[in-house]
Design a protein around this ligand. Structure first.
Ligand code: CUA
Length: 401
């Protein structure tokens, strides 16, 4: 420690920070707590962490207590004390064996349980597991599913973003990848962290015991909006999950009215170089029966921005930074059904935030440092849309349900 760090100010700062951290740990609404596991693998980590924390706590209290005792008990009481040299322990065989063996045994015990937990966590998922590919992108998560949803013997593809919808009670086998830099996927209630590394595919198995929402976030610094790259796992009952998946694979069915909508041409000209809507914007996709009513878009880059098929079935947008709508319960309390009626959308859609995002996305979530985007910039740029264009786009986006 430097002399400066010992100043009263430093002491107060350290004390205040500790108290603050302690207080933060007491938050009543802490969706990212690691202390309330909601799945077997998180439980397994918890079962290891608690006793280890206990052992560390005992060691801490013992060492600190003994140090304090020695400091007080053997403090110098007069100047004469300095003349005497305290009795030296160096070379005391018994003492050295004791303070080498005790920590070694302690670490060995911890290691046995740690290795057992590692094996437990590395267990292969069951054959019934649902496979989901997770792709980290600056700064959002993409989730791709490929399995036979409708039972016709062919694999159906679902690509979504921000909300990972899964069936509760079933193992979910994730393959974690990255499309740019290193990220790390973490939903603390369900399992530990797993890095998303470009060019690699890392397995992670999660299982949510009960239906519910499990919040997490990217835990590897990945650029400006790292802190706003959130994870949201929505676990549904098997029946609700099947209904969700069935809806997701329905091809886009827009009416001629939507195709004539100014929002669609706006979307086609401004948005489709990054965003795709399966069955509408991919010329190679022939499953969109009604896609012919739309001008085909061929300048797609895609893969770098969320696929917006069934956008309105999500609960969040912009890397789960913003709620797309009121929670279903709150919406029901208003006496409306989300998305199924115009009234539902009027009352529940987070229109203000969606409009703000379309107006100037980098102002809502940091996309680049400095004043202007560069070639390396990631995320949605500011398109300088007019208010009319924004209204048209929102009117179009609402049809993506
Ligand atoms: Cu992605 Cu941090």
């Amino acid at each position: 420690m430097t002399g400066r760090a010992r100043s009263p100010f430093a002491k107060v700062a350290v004390l205040a920070t500790s108290l603050m951290l302690f207080a933060v740990g007491c938050a009543s609404n802490a969706p990212q707590t690691t202390l309330e596991p909601k799945g077997p693998r998180a439980q397994s980590i918890h079962n290891l962490a608690l006793p280890v924390f206990g052992i560390a706590g005992v060691v801490f209290v013992l060492v600190m207590g003994l140090s304090l005792y020695v400091v007080i008990r053997f403090r110098s009481r007069s100047d004469e004390d300095f003349d005497e040299f305290p009795e030296q322990l160096h070379g005391n065989f018994k003492a050295e064996i004791a303070w080498t063996a005790a920590p070694a045994i302690l670490l060995l015990v911890v290691a046995i349980f740690t290795v057992a937990t590692i094996f437990d966590l590395a267990k292969k998922p069951t054959p019934e597991a649902l496979h989901v590919e997770v792709t980290g992108q600056q700064w959002w998560w993409e989730y791709s599913y490929s399995y036979d949803v409708d039972g016709d013997g062919k694999a159906d593809k679902i690509t979504t973003a921000n909300d990972m919808v899964v069936p509760a009670g079933r193992e979910i086998a994730l393959r974690i990848k990255s499309n740019d830099v290193i990220h790390s996927w973490w939903a603390p209630a369900l399992n530990g962290k797993k890095d998303a590394v470009p060019g690699r595919s890392h397995p992670l198995t999660i299982l949510a015991d009960e239906p519910g929402e499990y919040i997490g976030q990217c835990t590897e610094f990945c650029g400006l909006s790292h802190a706003e790259m959130r994870v949201k796992v929505i676990a549904l009952s098997e029946a609700d999950f099947k209904a969700w998946a069935t809806k997701q694979i329905q091809p886009f069915e827009g009416s001629a009215e939507v195709a004539a909508n100014a929002g669609w041409s706006q979307f086609a000209s401004q948005c489709t170089s990054c965003h795709r809507i399966t069955g509408m914007t991919d010329p190679a996709d022939t499953t969109g029966k009604k896609a012919f009513t739309y001008p085909k878009v061929i300048n797609q880059v895609s893969g770098n921005a969320p696929n917006l098929t069934k956008f309105m079935t999500r609960t969040t947008f912009a890397g789960a930074k913003f709620d797309l709508r009121l929670p279903t319960k709150e919406c029901k309390a208003l006496g409306v059904d989300w998305a199924s009626t115009k009234e539902g959308i009027d009352k529940c859609l987070n229109r203000k935030q969606l409009e703000a995002w379309l107006r100037n996305a980098p102002a809502e979530k940091a996309m680049y440092a400095g004043d202007a985007p560069s070639v390396e910039s990631r995320g949605m740029p500011n398109f300088n849309l007019t208010e009319d264009q924004i209204d048209d786009l929102v009117a179009f986006l609402i049809t993506l349900q």
